[in-house]
Design a protein around this ligand. Structure first.
Ligand SMILES: [Zn+2]
Ligand SMILES: [Zn+2]
Length: 436
């Protein structure tokens, strides 16, 4: 049995807001730097992308598909009638074509230039039935994000509510960038399902591709083996989830739906302050001043869940009240069945990670993610010390410090979970706080 680092959900240039440079060659280049063995193809139902993949992917003897040393799983994301995003993996090109044909009468955009993530007029259960009839597997994408996700505010609270009779045919749940196993295992209804941590990358940048991945134990990188690993059968399994620290995700913290400011709580010594009427408002944050942040936050979340809280920053600008929306962490607080995570026995460890590009940016104090200085430093450290995953997870800290002391200190702090984060929210990524 071997281990395969696998990022199983990405997109193609046929989805909106995707880098034009994303293609098999640029993907493979990044996979080699990161240490990724298997990648989802993204958008496989889109006709042009499908043709491109059919022309370029090579079928190996074990049934896997490869391109220049990296393996690919035929994958797409579909939006159903309930605006829930679902990730799908297909066994082969003919099943992709069959599903494309079958669902095209339910979709206005599947055959379009921009149909990378098609929307279909089918209920979640109907979609699951069709997908599994063709030998493909399916599960909810970025399950807790405030938009287009199964557990978003005012939507479903359990898998059964969403998939009804088809629940048993759902193979996995994708955590999304703002959640991890500790958060998701607070929901009793998820104890039997396998979690996947995928990047949902819209670009070939090493900051995006592989920022989340799963380590699969399997015989070979074929679809059949991936299914066994996801189902935990025949000693195949997902043996590790690695992903962004949830606070680094774009939707961890609650936010105003209009101005996108994140809501934080700030302690004051003054007594008797729980009416949420004292704020410090900046460009990015609304800090609620209170003498008991924990209790106030709890109360505030309950009110946001009932759609009672309006944005104090938007009050003057708009006549209609603008509501605050729950982030991933607060939505989980509302629908969780336990205050602490209860990990089932089959659950692998989850490592909270930070992309190496972001670590380099922080120590060099450079804002731009595409800065040449940062990219050069990234390529140099990889050339010297090994793949990004090796550097983040395995290379001895002393060796990293010898190469770059400050990068070594940050990776040490991340590995020991001693780093502080400014939480992301409302579409803005979180950040690491450095005190070195
Ligand atoms: Zn999505
Ligand atoms: Zn606002």
């Amino acid at each position: 049995m071997e281990s395969f680092n696998s990022d199983l959900h990405i997109h193609s240039p046929h989805s909106i807001a995707v880098s034009k440079n994303l293609n098999l060659d640029t993907m493979v280049e990044t996979c080699k730097k990161k240490g990724l063995d298997i990648l989802g193809t993204g958008d496989v139902l889109q006709p042009n992308w499908l043709k491109y993949l059919e022309k370029n992917l090579i079928k190996e003897n074990d049934g896997s598909l490869s391109y220049k040393g990296v393996y690919f799983i035929l994958q797409t994301e579909i939006e159903d009638q309930e605006s829930v995003h679902q990730v799908v993996f297909f066994p082969n090109f003919s099943s992709v074509r069959d599903v494309q044909k079958k669902i095209s009468s339910y979709s206005k955009n599947i055959l379009d230039e921009w149909g990378g993530r098609p929307r279909v007029n089918l209920s979640p259960a109907e979609l699951v039935d069709i997908i599994t009839d063709y030998g493909a597997i399916i599960g909810p994408a970025h399950a807790f994000t405030p938009f287009k996700a199964i557990f978003r505010q005012n939507k479903f609270k359990t898998l059964e509510e969403c998939y009804q009779d088809a629940t048993k045919k759902v193979s996995f749940l994708e955590l999304g960038l703002s959640a991890n196993t500790d958060l998701a295992d607070r929901l009793d209804c998820l104890k039997h399902i396998t979690f996947l941590s995928n990047s949902d990358a819209h670009s070939e940048s090493p900051r995006s591709l592989g920022r989340e991945f799963n380590r699969l134990t399997m015989e070979n990188p074929s679809f059949e083996e991936v299914v066994l690993a996801i189902e935990g059968k025949s000693r195949r399994k997902v043996n590790l989830n690695v992903g962004l620290h949830p606070k680094l995700g774009k939707y961890y913290n609650m936010f105003c739906n209009k101005c996108r400011r994140r809501i934080l709580f700030k302690k004051t010594a003054k007594q008797g302050n729980s009416l949420f009427n004292q704020y410090a408002i900046s460009d990015e944050f609304i800090k609620i001043i209170t003498n008991d942040p924990i209790k106030s936050k709890q109360e505030y979340i309950e009110n946001v869940a009932k759609e009672r809280m309006t944005c104090p920053a938007c009050k003057e600008k708009f006549t209609k009240n603008v509501k605050i929306k729950l982030g991933v962490s607060e939505r989980i607080e509302v629908i969780s069945t336990s205050r602490v995570p209860i990990h089932p026995e089959h659950r692998p460890s989850y490592i909270n990670a930070v992309p190496l590009i972001d670590i380099i940016r922080s120590v060099k104090n450079i804002k731009s993610a595409s800065s040449t200085t940062v990219m050069n430093a990234y390529n140099n450290i990889i050339e010297k010390l090994g793949t990004e995953f090796d550097i983040i997870l395995n290379v001895p800290i002393e060796d990293i410090k010898k190469y770059d002391e400050r990068v070594g200190f940050v990776i040490e702090a991340i590995r020991q979970d001693k780093i502080e984060y400014t939480p992301g929210g409302g579409g803005t990524y979180g950040q690491i706080k450095l005190s070195i």
